[in-house]
Design a protein around this ligand. Structure first.
Ligand SMILES: *Cc1c(COP(=O)(O)O)cnc(C)c1O
Length: 375
């Protein structure tokens, strides 16, 4: 089965991991900071913290944003459930706002209508790797006194009006799952501009431990002393995986270029095919395409999905509206809440897109799709 997404691992990536495996540090060592420093080159200098997954990154971001019980978090339903689940785990109420029908990103007008005096954060999702409408969303957040969080699991390396993802929101989260543009097997990161929020994020990642005597309540014990002032978790990404991440980041430019090339090829090959809507793109955005999301009209998405899968082409659907999950249904969320996201979901299909996809394989995808649509 041709997958919809797949990692690209080079000999250099393997060597980088093996070198750390043979060294003194497996967990927290020099590769962590090296990875974080190289990542910050992609976020326009905004400091980054490596964590164990994109989900952990979202959890850390909500902690750093001070999200807790009684707060509301406004977000898009057209995302992986973790964007909303981690806010709910903090005790916040998730308020879903609808998406733009063309890009599938959070609609600023819908977000504006959804904020209240209790909104602590608005979380945008750079769906498919296309940055959301950050200028408008920043205004919404400024008016509401809320923080702007970017779930950039799809969009590492993308730019919006010349600014890199990482500089566009107060907090930005990344995922390094194998289907994403850069991988560490499991892994993620959060970019945090504000120093106090960065400190809070760094502590939560490491059990909440305070090691600096200047910040301790009872520093007189001795050099071994450490304190917990607020509960945290162990979300540390090990040295071995950070070495892989640093090596992968050196290839990010090439990954982005190859993905853009494949997207341009899909756009050209599928232009004018009846029954399809191709992904939109704002002129001032340089996406970092993670998905190639087409929309299959005329109620044929399921048929196309099943027939392409039967032909060995692992198309995917991204995503079921987050509030359709029973856990949200049980909390009282009902279908019909965000009609644009639901209409998008009803037609959405992700075609295979990854750097090692060959043009011949891509031709096979296009031939299969057009054959199914034509019959
Ligand atoms: C992949 C993904 C996540 C979660 O990342 P993991 O590394 O799998 O935990 C969160 N949000 C979005 C939009 C994603 O695509």
């Amino acid at each position: 089965m041709l997958p919809y997404g797949k990692q690209s691992i080079s000999d250099g990536d393997v060597e980088a991991v093996v070198e750390v495996l043979r060294g003194d540090w497996l967990t927290t060592g020099p590769a962590v900071e090296r990875f974080e420093t190289e990542l910050a080159r992609w976020t326009g200098g905004v400091p980054c913290l490596a964590v164990t997954s994109g989900t952990a990154a979202l959890h850390v971001a909500y902690v750093a944003a001070g999200v807790g019980p009684g707060d509301e978090v406004v977000t898009s339903p057209l995302t992986f459930v973790a964007t909303a689940a981690t806010a709910a785990l903090r005790g916040a109420r998730v308020v879903f706002a609808d998406v733009r029908p063309d890009t599938g990103t959070l609609c600023p007008d819908a977000a504006s209508a959804a904020v209240s005096g209790r909104t602590r954060a608005v979380t945008a999702v750079d769906y498919a790797g296309h940055p959301a409408d950050y200028d408008e969303l920043r205004e919404v957040c400024a008016r509401a006194g809320a923080l702007l969080i970017a779930d950039a699991a799809h969009s590492i390396g993308a730019t919006y009006k010349g600014l890199p993802v990482g500089r566009l929101a107060d907090l930005t989260t990344f995922s390094f799952f194998p289907t994403k543009t850069v991988t560490t097997a499991e892994g993620g990161a959060v970019a945090v501009a504000d120093p106090e929020r960065f400190r809070r994020a760094a502590r939560f990642r490491n059990h909440g431990l305070v090691r600096d005597p200047a910040g301790q309540r009872d520093p007189g014990h001795g050099g071994w002393h450490q304190e917990v002032h607020e509960f945290g978790l162990n979300y540390r990404l090990p040295d071995v995986l950070c070495a892989l991440g640093a090596s992968q980041l050196r290839r990010l430019g090439a990954f982005r270029a190859r993905r853009a090339e494949l997207v341009a090829r899909y756009d050209a090959l599928l232009a004018g095919v009846p029954g399809l809507t191709l992904p939109a793109r704002r002129p001032y955005v340089e996406p970092s395409w993670h998905l190639y999301p087409i929309r299959v009209r005329d109620g044929r998405r399921r048929e196309v999905y099943e027939r392409m899968r039967a032909a060995g082409i692992g198309v995917q659907v991204n995503y079921i509206p987050a509030y359709w999950h029973p856990v949200f249904e049980d909390l009282g969320y009902r279908r019909g809440l965000c009609p644009q996201a639901e209409a998008y979901y009803a037609e959405q299909l992700s075609l295979p897109l990854f750097p090692d996809l060959s043009s011949a394989q891509q031709d096979r995808v296009v031939e299969c799709l057009t054959a199914v649509l034509g019959s």
